[in-house]
Design a protein around this ligand. Sequence first.
Ligand SMILES: Cc1ncc(COP(=O)(O)O)c(C=O)c1O
Length: 375
Amino acid sequence: MMKNFQKKLKQLKDKNRFRSMSLPAGVDLTSNDYLGLAGHPQLREAAIAFLQDGGAIGAGGSRLLRGHTDAHASLEEFAATYFVAPKTLYFSSGFQANSALFQTLPSRHDTIIFDEYIHASAREGIQNSYAQHIRVSHNKVSAYEDALRSVKAQQKGAVWIAVESVYSMDGDVAPLNELYALAKKYDAILVIDEAHGTGIFGLNGKGVSEKIITAHGYERIITLHTCGKAIGVAGGLVCASEEVIDMMVNGARGFIYSTAPLPLQAHLVQKSLELIASQEGQERREKLFTLSKKAQQFFGGSGTHIVPILLGSDEHAVDIASMLQQKGYDIRAIRPPSVPEGTARLRLSLGADLDENTLDQFAADLTPLLDERAA
Ligand SMILES: Cc1ncc(COP(=O)(O)O)c(C=O)c1O
C-alpha cells in the first residue's frame, strides 16, 4: 500500500500538484480574513472575558445531548434577528453545514441544479444526496432555465438550485435576482452559499442576498454564512424557514453525530457579527471596497475582494507565486482540482487591513514577472 501511495504522491509532485502546508509569512494576500477581524482586540477581549466568566472550553457532547449551551442558543437567536431569518442553525464549520444541507434536505425524487464552480463542500453534500443532480455552466442564467424546464417537464419532485453569492476562486457575483425569478417561476428552492459575501455586501454586511430576502423572505431561500472568513472566527450558520432548520436538526448526520462547536467559538461569532454591524464594520467594508476597485484597475476581475490572476499552467502559477513569496508577499498558487484544468492562478485576496501603498507595490512587483513570462 505504501508503494502505491509513494507512486501517487510522486505523480502529484511531477505534475506540480503536490500540496503541503506552509506557515504564514509575509504580507497577507491570501487569507479569507477579509475584514481583518481574526485578530481584532475586541474579539480577543471577548474571548478572555468569556473564559474568565466560567465559559466551558469544550461543549462535552452533541447539540442534541448536553452540548447545547447558552452561547449556541444566544448566537442562533442573534443570527436570526441579524439575518432576518425565521430560524438559524450553527455548525462547527461551513464545510459541515454545506455538506449537511444537501445531504439532508433533497430527497430521492428531487433534483439539485448546481453551478459548475460550486464549492467542494456543496459537491460533497450533493454527491451524498439521493437526489439527481445537474451541473450547469457558471453563472449562465439561460442554462439554469434550460435545466429547470427539462426537470419540471419530467418529474414531480422538488428542485433545488445551488449557487454561491461570490464565487470563491473567481470573485464574481451570481445573478441572484434572475436566479430568484427562475426559482419562483419553476417553483424551486434557491440555496445561496454566502461564504465570501457575508460581512462585506448587503446592509450591515448581511450578504449579497440581503435585498432579495428583505423583499421575499426565506420561503424559497436558504442561506449559508460561513464564519471563518470575513467573520474571522469559525463555523457555519444556516438561515432558513423553521421547517428547514427543524429538518436539519432531525436529519443532518454531521449535526447529530458530532460534538457541538466550542461554546467560545459560538460566542465570538456573535461578538464579531455585532462588530460587523457597527460603524467600525462599515468603515472596514468601505476600505475593502476602495482596495477592491484599485485591484480591479491593476488586474481586472469583477471588482470584488477576490481577484483571480489567471496564469494557465500549474508550473507557471507555482513559479510566479514562489517569486512573489521571495519578495515578501504571502500569495499562493491555486491549481486544479480547486480550479478547472488549464486555469491555475494566483488568488489575490484583499483584506481591510491591507495598506493601499502595499497593493501598489505588489502590482509593481508582479507586472514585470507577468511580462517576462509572456515575452
Ligand atoms: C464557497 C465556500 N463554501 C463553504 C466553505 C467551507 O467553509 P469553512 O471553511 O467554514 O469550512 C468554503 C471555504 O473554503 C467556501 O469557499
